[in-house]
Design a protein around this ligand. Sequence first.
Ligand code: CMC
Length: 380
Amino acid sequence: MTEVDIKKGLAGVVVDVTAISKVNPETNSLLYRGYPVQELAATQPFEAVAHLLWTGNLPTAAELAELRATERQHRALSPEVKAAIDILPTTAHPMDEVRTAVSVIGALDATGDVMDAAGTPEENQERAIRLWAQLPAIVAYGQRRRRGEELIAPRDDLDYSANFLWMTFGEEQHEIVVDAFNRSMTLYAEHSFNASTFTSRVIASTLSDLYSAVTGAIGALKGPLHGGANEAVLHIFDAIGSAENVTPWLDEALGAKRKIMGFGHRVYKRGDSRVPTMKAALDTLVTHYDRPEVAALYDALESEFVARKGIYPNLDYPSGPAYNLMGFDTLTFTPLFVAARVTGWTAHIMEQLASNALIRPLSEYVGPAERHIDGYVATD
Ligand code: CMC
């Protein structure tokens, strides 16, 4: 026991200021640089949202064209990164694959001098754009490789989201699918001091490099209490099967005190601000693919769980089935989160460096009181 008031999990602790996003649990709102996320998701291409997160403003037409041109230049998977991925067994978890690929990209772009590792703001902005541009190829190739399929080259005539889907499936997708995917990227892009973003800021605060900070963030995102939940939601859907099985399945799961993935949030207690926008996108996909049973299971589990526990869905709840309908393998869901969140992480890394203080909290020691060796020798 301790006299100090410990905030386990840093719950409720404000550790720094940020101008990147604002989460307001009272009004269920999420603002990126002042703009409501649902307005951005409904009206903007993901490239414009990335620009907004990095620079603080939506791009002019010329700025958007320039960012798109740079993104296209760096879309193709480099031979070195492909070789590094190919060494891994196809049984490796895709998050380990993505984490390794980002680490390799960092090693290829090293300054060679640890004192310069953190880089200038201009260098970091360029690194952030290049890394963001490379991630779709890494994620798409990962899914194809696990299916025994070849790498697909990017298409210069397609924007970010349409090209991402092209590189994954080798077919142009319907505009409804591209739009739903684009919305998901925007909704996943940023969420203040969540576990992975905080991880990236801790690493950046040591004046390590941007790639190390993103690699660490990917490790944090992998866990099922964070990004891994979208993958876990599909396992739950598979286990339940159909709407009429919800009650017995919930009886068993709650009886065993298991957490229901895709529900609950550390900050939002009355509903995640991103869910209605992603649910609307899921509804368009359900209609497009004519899969009403997916909506029936979604609604049945949500209404019964909310009624029984008063805990609401988070973004991973609608995004899991949406990515499934689009044709993504369940194991690819969390890497998709990486491809989106890399924009938020890199914006936070640059913000951290702009007014850096080493992040080094204190702990309250609760181990043995001071004691001495007094001639101690190990014996059997
Ligand atoms: N299923 C069942 N019970 C839950 C759930 C859930 N999904 N979420 C919270 N609870 C219960 C929990 O068992 C606890 O009950 P009790 O007080 O009786 O022990 C109470 O609610 C408080 O839960 P907590 O885990 O202490 O609260 P937290 O603020 O740390 O929880 C959370 C946040 C996201 C870790 C948690 O809700 C959870 O584990 N959810 C499932 C995983 C998930 O969907 N994660 C994605 C989060 S959103 C996207 C992202 O940021 O990556």
